[in-house]
Design a protein around this ligand. Sequence first.
Ligand code: MG
Length: 136
Amino acid sequence: MSVRVGQGIDIHRFSEDPHRPLVLGGVTIEGARGLAGHSDADAVCHALADAILGAVGLGDLGRHFPDTDPKWEGANSVALLTEVVRLAAAQRFACVNADCTIIADTPRLAPHTDAMVEHLARVVGAPVSVKATRAE
Ligand code: MG
């Protein structure tokens, strides 16, 4: 059995669009300012997908879902992560666990991390941890 470790990092600024929802870890957080991005800007899904792609040696998210392609505009990042898990499975790799840390000064994310864990664990098929912290 071969075990590999991947690392993914993603950073998004807040959107200027007051109607754009904030989606993190597949969870829509009501009443919060959304993030700017070509897809739904779910930075947690993006970082996790990048970690899986890196571990498997399949490049990065931008290679598979370029933000220059209108096809991915507004894309649901859970669907992108699902596709990445499928690509890894095609290489005979499966995720055994994932540990995610979100750094955000606002909004307060602790009340939402359990929902993210549940959502992401279902998508990657392995235990997931989601921690939230502030930059302070
Ligand atoms: Mg991103």
